[in-house]
Design a binder for this molecule. Structure first.
Ligand code: C2E
Ligand code: MG
Ligand code: MG
Length: 681
């Protein structure tokens, strides 16, 4: 049963048993041929010495012929080039024929040469039985062959013994028949063992093959994991993780060898617009091409990596002589290699890059410093309209440190009341009276001193606290309105600055409404100056401005110029005032062109029936000229710098007096401030 199971297994393993058997048999046949010849010669020799030498010679010749046939058969089979299963089965069949002939040949020995002569009979029987056991061993792979040889030999010997009519011979005859049974059993077991061995070998081979293929698959998986972990799939450049390791090792090597190298950070200009307008596929093509051009720009050792998005990095060695000149040459070479037309599927676009360069060791002794400094340089290059590359500039570093410090300190300063609101007076040209105050933020930083309002505002945006900053100024402005009213200046308004971006970020109208309610002030005295040149054209921003206007809060356009955005505000918003940019006003007495511009803006104000305020008035001449042009309100250092509360009080005491001596209609009861400086007009 074992043999059958094993055979089924072999078939499952794709092994053909007859093929294995034919292989083993043909090999055994060729190996045992010399021994077989020796035994045949021995039988012939012993028999030749007997009564029929010619018969012995004839038998010897016949056996030689049979064995030659069997030898040729095995040899031919073994030399077949592409042995198929059919060849093997045919060989086995022919072997059976050869085996049967051999068996019959040996079976002739007892009737022909065996007689009672003991000294002849014993060696012949010994050789014949030896042949049978040898056949079982050598034909272990294929039992039918050993049995087809052995059965005739054993039966012929047993029959011959029986015919000798002697008790011992009869007993020997039975022993020989028993021996045949033993041979049968042994041949069966040997054949099973052979099949089992073939089976085990096949399984071992299969296991080895599967281990090999598993190993190959594991190797492939490891390789692809390595690829994924270290390389960017789009450009095949090193990715950020691999790049930081490589930068570390460049730095270690350079430190040991005391050499220099450049770290260059690369950013594609306006890449977002490529993605937005041409789609991500075009964006991917651009990234891949930039990667190709970056790598192709260097002939010697270098490393190019994609850090993510449209950010790339390059490391390249640089010689110690003429350091600055070489940095410039390398950066310009890289820019020239990458910049230029990019041919996409349907169109050609022009791509430019910006570079930030840091040299080791002078621009940073650690990877963190090098990266941070190259990043700053890149930022500076991106902002510059003139340069496409920048090397680390230590003033940039100081500025970045300061920015970080301000960002960190602003929320704390705001909570601890370290920020102040200063006020600058605004004067009505017709009367010379104080018409209002502009609230301006101030921060005296313990380390960096006075921080400019645009820096404070920018820090508030970076720290995502514009609402808190505006809330603080608004609260102060409303408080100031109350103080003014209590001091009798009921008609003096307060203006404060708002970034149009704030309108999208939080509910400014609600903040204003709550503050007005808390302080109980007249919303018409609060003016919001919309700063910055960005037009607040989002529906949310326009809606917020409309709500503010409907609440009675006044709206002004700050830094008004003849630019498109300023004019567009007039279309989209219900504006109460425009404020002429101070760059047109300061010193304009000597600039006829600016005088024409100021007059044009005043004309726009008249056409829209809105007030025009001129800021940046520094001289009496400017003030007089503005009044002559018909400007209603002026503001500037000539009348007063921005002042903190106590200074403003002093300024008001010196310059503004409550003028209730001139009652005017229904305003008669309201005291009005008049200005000592009204003498200017
Ligand atoms: P702005 O609203 O146009 O304010 C007028 C600026 O001109 C003030 O600068 C003021 O000090 C300056 N100035 C006034 N008169 C003269 C003059 O005669 N000559 C010269 N050279 N300058 C004069 P400041 O206070 O540095 O404010 C700068 C800008 O920062 C402001 O311009 C405003 O846009 C913004 N800002 C100030 N405070 C705030 C705030 O609380 N929130 C927001 N969002 N922005 C603010
Ligand atoms: Mg302003
Ligand atoms: Mg302004």
């Amino acid at each position: 049963m074992l043999a059958k199971d094993e055979c089924d297994d072999l078939a499952d393993l794709g092994i053909e048993l007859s093929f294995e058997q034919a292989d083993a048999l043909s090999k055994a046949q060729l190996e045992t041929l010399p021994l077989s010849m020796l035994l045949i010669a021995s039988i012939a020799g012993i028999s030749f010495d007997g009564e029929a030498p010619l018969r012995a010679l004839g038998w010897f010749a016949a056996m030689l012929t049979i064995y030659f046939f069997r030898y040729r058969l095995s040899q031919t089979y073994r030399t077949l080039d592409d042995k198929a299963g059919d060849d093997a089965r045919l060989y086995l069949k022919r072997s059976l024929v050869g085996g049967a002939l051999s068996g019959l040949g040996f079976a002739l020995v007892p009737p022909l040469f065996l007689d009672a002569k003991i000294d002849q009979a014993i060696p012949l029987i010994f050789i014949l039985m030896g042949i049978t056991s040898g056949a079982v061993v050598h034909c272990a792979a294929y039992k039918p062959l050993s049995m087809i040889i052995n059965i005739p030999i054993v039966l012929a010997t047993a029959i011959k013994m029986l015919g000798m009519d002697n008790t011992y011979h009869v007993m020997m005859s039975f022993d020989i028949l028993l021996y045949l049974l033993f041979l049968w059993g042994t041949a069966s077991r040997l054949e099973q063992a052979f099949i089992a061995r073939v089976n085990i070998t096949a399984k071992a081979f299969q296991l080895a093959a599967s281990v090999k293929s598993e190993h190959a698959a594991t190797q492939a998986a490891v390789a692809s994991l390595y690829q994924l972990a270290n390389y960017d799939s789009l450009t095949s450049l090193s990715n950020r993780a691999a790049f930081s390791r490589q930068l570390n090792s460049w730095l270690d090597d350079a430190a040991k060898a005391q050499t220099r190298f450049l770290l260059i950070l690369v950013d594609i200009d306006h890449f977002k617009s490529v993605n937005d307008t041409l789609g991500h596929r075009a964006g991917d093509s651009v990234l891949a091409e930039v990667a190709r051009r970056l790598s192709g720009a260097f002939s010697g050792t270098h490393l190019a990596a994609r850090l993510g998005g449209d950010e790339f990095a390059v490391i390249c060695p640089i010689s110690s002589d003429d350091a600055r000149g070489r940095v410039k040459a390398t950066a310009e070479m890289l820019v020239a290699a990458v910049n230029g037309p990019f041919f996409l599927e349907e169109r050609t676009i022009n791509i430019c890059i910006s570079l930030g360069v840091a040299a080791y060791p002078e621009d940073g002794a650690s990877t963190a410093d090098l990266l941070a400094n190259a990043d700053l340089a890149l930022y500076a290059a991106k902002r510059s309209e003139r340069d496409s590359w920048r090397q680390v500039d230590f003033s940039l570093l100081e500025a970045a440190k300061m920015t970080r410090r301000l960002d960190n300190d602003l929320p704390i300063a705001l909570n601890h009341g370290e920020l102040e609101v200063w006020y600058q007076p605004q004067i009505t040209t017709a009367t010379g009276r104080l018409s209002g105050l502009e609230a301006l933020i101030r921060w005296n930083h313990p380390v960096h001193g006075w921080i400019t309002p645009p820096q404070i505002v920018a820090a508030a945006w970076r720290m995502r606290i514009p609402e808190q900053l505006t809330g603080f100024v608004l609260d102060q402005a409303c408080q100031k309105l109350r103080d003014l009213a209590e001091a009798g200046f009921e008609k003096v308004g307060v203006a404060m600055n708002i970034s149009p971006r704030e309108l999208d970020q939080y509910d400014l109208p609600d903040l204003v409404r709550r503050c007005i309610a808390t302080h109980g002030i007249d919303p018409g005295l609060l003016e919001l100056e919309i700063t910055e040149e960005t037009l607040a054209d989002s529906p949310a921003a326009i809606a917020a401005l409309t709500v503010l206007a409907s609440m009675g809060v006044r709206l002004a356009i700050d830094d008004f110029s003849m630019g498109y955005t300023s004019l567009a505000y007039l279309r989209t918003m219900r504006v109460n005032r425009i404020k002429i940019d101070r760059s047109f006003v300061t010193g304009f007495a000597d600039r006829p062109d600016d005088q024409i511009l100021v007059q044009a803006i005043l004309g726009i104000g008249r056409s829209f029936k809105i007030d025009v305020v001129a800021e940046g008035v520094e001289t009496a001449e400017e003030a007089i000229l503005l009044r002559a042009f018909g400007c209603q309100v002026v503001q500037g250092f000539f009348f007063g710098h921005p002042m903190r509360d106590d200074a403003l009080d002093r300024w008001m005491a010196e310059n503004a007096r409550l003028d209730s001596a001139k009652p005017r209609g229904h305003e008669a009861s309201a005291a009005r401030p008049a200005l000592a400086i009204s003498a200017t007009f």
